[in-house]
Design a protein around this ligand. Structure first.
Ligand SMILES: Nc1ncnc2c1ncn2[C@@H]1O[C@H](COP(=O)(O)OP(=O)(O)OP(=O)(O)O)[C@@H](O)[C@H]1O
Ligand SMILES: [Mg+2]
Length: 245
């Protein structure tokens, strides 16, 4: 399989603290890849570094996207290349109507049809007629905002979608929908990097990686990685844990 993203020895410090300590990772084109790991392992920081957020400039290492090192590019330049990030806590809401919010994500009104907007809302289980004219703001519940954030990722038609805990704030019965949303992204041609604490999401991925203390400890079959994490990592008290079978 062609590789879309290669991370080589990526290191990140913040306020003098080592956050990423040499991340190596490869994501295949069209692959759904999950990242699992304990709280504080560096998963969100990795997502921000890939997206190019301010304050997340890597000290060392490279981020190869389709073979090109994008580590020095701005967030806007990366977005133009088709990289997008859905936040763990959805934050970028400006009082727009849902319709416009989803259209802007797609690069302006001309690039997306009304039916595509409605279809994206249906994919996240929001009735279009009920939500399309509502304002994206405080009046929506946390779960509704999160769903709209995820719908906006669909309408962006990204090449690489980074989803930071797409299941957070969403009830358990809706996990299946999150999985089908991730599959819809893949069907639309995206590669998906999904950060999750949910076994169900990890195991619906093509491959998974385990992060611990700012590094990727191992990558491979999702069930095997998830099993390793649950059975080997919790007793390690979040220290780098490299015991082999
Ligand atoms: N500005 C900062 N200064 C010092 N430490 C920081 C700073 N920003 C983040 N950290 C630390 O970096 C580590 C990684 O944080 P990150 O949010 O990436 O973890 P995570 O794996 O996403 O965790 P979770 O599962 O809880 O979302 C944490 O220990 C956090 O406290
Ligand atoms: Mg996080």
């Amino acid at each position: 399989m062609a590789v879309i993203l290669t991370l080589k020895n990526l290191t990140l410090n913040r306020d003098g603290k080592k956050i990423l300590v040499g991340v190596n990772l490869e994501i295949g084109d069209g692959e759904i890849h999950s990242i699992i790991g304990s709280n504080g392992a560096g998963k969100s920081s990795l997502a921000y570094t890939l997206m190019g957020l301010q304050g997340y400039e890597p000290e060392e290492g490279s981020i190869l996207f389709n073979g090109e090192d994008i580590a020095k590019l701005s967030i806007t330049e990366r977005a133009k290349k088709g990289i997008t990030l859905a936040w763990q806590e959805p934050a970028r809401f400006e009082g727009l109507k849902v319709r416009d919010y989803l259209a802007i994500g797609a690069g302006g009104n001309g690039n997306i049809t009304e039916e595509e907007i409605r279809s994206a809302l249906r994919k996240v289980d929001l009735k279009p007629e009920k939500y399309i004219d509502r304002e994206v703001g405080e009046a929506l519940s946390g779960g509704e905002r999160k769903r709209i954030e995820l719908a906006s990722i669909l309408t962006m038609k990204p090449k690489l979608a980074i989803l930071d805990e797409p299941d957070s704030g969403i009830d358990v019965v809706s996990l299946k929908e999150i999985v089908s949303l991730i599959q819809a992204l893949k069907e639309n041609g995206a590669s998906v990097l999904v950060i999750t604490h949910r076994k169900e999401i990890a195991e619906a991925s093509d491959r998974a990686s385990l992060m611990c203390e700012g590094a990727v400890l191992r990558s491979g079959d999702p069930e095997e990685i998830s099993h390793f994490f649950i059975n080997r990592c919790i007793p390690c008290d979040n220290r780098l844990y490299l015991q082999e079978d």
